[in-house]
Design a protein around this ligand. Structure first.
Ligand code: URA
Length: 234
C-alpha cells in the first residue's frame, strides 16, 4: 500500500498537508527521480528516494519533538476536560502514536520530549539508565547546606526513598537547581517538602545532555535533529 506523498512530506517536517500539496503541484518534488505532481501518489517510505527541489529527504522513522511546556496543560495524550500537550502541537507535527516521554506535573513548565519512539522513551525514563533531568525550583525558603547534604545522600518522603540527587544554588538561595535520574511522582516537590520547603514554581531545563532551547516560547515546540536526539544520552 504505502503512504500518500503529501502525508509523508508533512510528517518529515515540510509543512502542513496544504503547504506540501502546493509544493507537490508546483513540480518541485520527485519520487525515484521522476517528478510527481499527485499529492495522493503512494510510496514506500523505507525505500522511495524522495527529493524536494533536488535535495534528497532523509527519512526519519520517528519524530522527536521538543516542547517548552506551559503551566496548565497535562502531560497526557488525551483528557476529557483538560488541554493536553498533544493539543498544543501544530498541525504539521501531528501524527498517530505520539506521546509525551515522561510526565511533568500540570503546573510544571519547561523541557518535554514528545515522540512516537517507545524504545527511546523507555531508555530515557528507566532509572537504570541514569539519564539525569535538571530542574529549576523556586522555593518559599532558602536552600541550606543540610538540604544539599540530605539530597546528596538521598531524601526520604514518608515511605518513599529517593536516589542521591545533586542540589545547588546560583546566587539566589531561594532558587534551587536539582538533578535527578528517577521520575517518581511529584519527586522534586516531595524532596523539598521532606525538607520543610514548598516548591512555588518548577521548570525542567535539561534531559541528559539536551538543554531546553531558550528561544522556544512556552507552548511552542520544534523537531529535534539527530545530533540533539543523541545528546539525550550524553
Ligand atoms: N518533580 C515534580 O515534583 N514535578 C514534576 O513535574 C517533575 C519533577
Amino acid at each position: 500500500m504505502g503512504e500518500r506523498l503529501d502525508k509523508y512530506l508533512s510528517s518529515q517536517g515540510f509543512g502542513t498537508r496544504k503547504e506540501v500539496g502546493k509544493l507537490i503541484r508546483s513540480g518541485l518534488v520527485a519520487v525515484d527521480g521522476v517528478p510527481q505532481r499527485d499529492a495522493a501518489a503512494k510510496l514506500d517510505p523505507q525505500k522511495a528516494v524522495v527529493t524536494v527541489e533536488g535535495r534528497p529527504v532523509s527519512y526519519q522513522r520517528h519524530l522527536y519533538i521538543m516542547m517548552n511546556k506551559p503551566a496548565g496543560v497535562l502531560s497526557a495524550t488525551e483528557d476529557r476536560r483538560a488541554k493536553t500537550v498533544l493539543d498544543l502541537l501544530p498541525e504539521e507535527l501531528r501524527r498517530r502514536g505520539l506521546f509525551p516521554a515522561g510526565r511533568l506535573d500540570k503546573d510544571t513548565t519547561g523541557l518535554l520530549l514528545i515522540t512516537d519512539d517507545g524504545d527511546l522513551a523507555h531508555r530515557m525514563l528507566s532509572p537504570k539508565k541514569h539519564v539525569y533531568k535538571l530542574y529549576r525550583a523556586q522555593l518559599d525558603g532558602p536552600v541550606t547546606q543540610e538540604d544539599i547534604q540530605v539530597f546528596s545522600r538521598g531524601a526520604q518522603w514518608g515511605e518513599e526513598h529517593y536516589a542521591p540527587a545533586k542540589l545547588w544554588i546560583d546566587h539566589d538561595p531561594n532558587i534551587a537547581f536539582v538533578e535527578i535520574h528517577e521520575g517518581k511522582f511529584h519527586q522534586v516537590k516531595r524532596m523539598f517538602e521532606a525538607r520543610g520547603k514548598n516548591v512555588l514554581t518548577l521548570k525542567r531545563l535539561k534531559i541528559g545532555g539536551l538543554y531546553l532551547d531558550n528561544t522556544l516560547q512556552e507552548g511552542d515546540c520544534r523537531l529535534l535533529d539527530e545530533e540533539e536526539t543523541r545528546q539525550i544520552f550524553h
